[in-house]
Ligand binder design. Sequence first.
Ligand code: SF4
Length: 357
Amino acid sequence: MEAWVEQLQNSVNTLERLKKIINVTPEEEATINTLHTKWGTTPYFASLMDPDDPNCPIRRQVIPSMKETENKYGMHDYLIWKENRDVGEVRPDCIARQYHDRIAFTVTDVCANYCRHCFRKELVVDRDLKLRFDFEEGIEWITDHREIRDILITGGDPFILSDERIEYLIRKLRDIPHIEMIRFGTRTPIVLPHRITDDFKKILSDYHRVPIWVNTQCNHPKEITEQTAKAVYDLLSCGVNVGNQAVLLKGINDDVETFRKLHQKLLTVRIRPYYVFYCEPAPGIDHFRTPVEKGAELIRDALRGHTTGLAQPMYVIATNIGKIPLMPDYYIVDKNEKEYTLKNYQGIYTTIPNIPE
Ligand code: SF4
């Protein structure tokens, strides 16, 4: 059996299995026994958890918390609102749209790691929302909409599908003349790096008119290992670029040191920081959310000027009307007819001429 399939079959999703890896606290045990929620991770990702620290950043992303039953700020039917599922044009369940020329194609609700902060919680973790994942319906809709040039294949985690299913999907999408690029959103390089097998590489490899881009999700430097590096290198060797979409998570990566280390370490394994997402107002994840300004402060205080420009993601909030950038804007201090006054990351001022239009 392939290692990645074995990892999934041995998912750490029972107390018994969890207890073999970490010292489960009474609170964690009570939560697991009480909450009816989908949880679990791969043995590989579980092995990165601190056995003795319940605040371990990986542990907090994997093990359910009673705080998930609190919901002061989360929106009910969040995903319906966020993905415009009850307004505008009629689309198949698998197609979510916020833009004119690109869509998200949802192909599964299965994941290797059931992230406790998931904004698709209603679909993936709580499973109150049921959608039909019909490849044919999706492909037909995309074929009929010639304005669509860019497809994001998402889930759940689309790389959990079999090689055959993924190959079929890529082939069908590449056959559509107006498709210019295919993106996958997958956490497998982080939680299941074994997924990037030689056979899978053959499916992704080669020169194609329609390139494949991968964006993964890594939220803490502890999640990056030698195996991550190998999986990313293998993807790059197939012509697939790998970016990161971190989620800003309270108590996990919302301090300057961790935030900087995360973005620096991503580059050491060739992952390009792409986005940092504000933790969305989905229900039951209040405890992961910071004030909105926090991400911009971290970009200002941890990254800009403090480390290479390659390590600078865009901080955004994803909404029903698309992503809204929330970047810090401290740098233009003043402007007059003659010049701009600019400030750098150290608080030092300089001026440049104001060129009239
Ligand atoms: S891998 Fe993505 S879809 Fe799956 S639980 Fe995590 S955040 Fe949600």
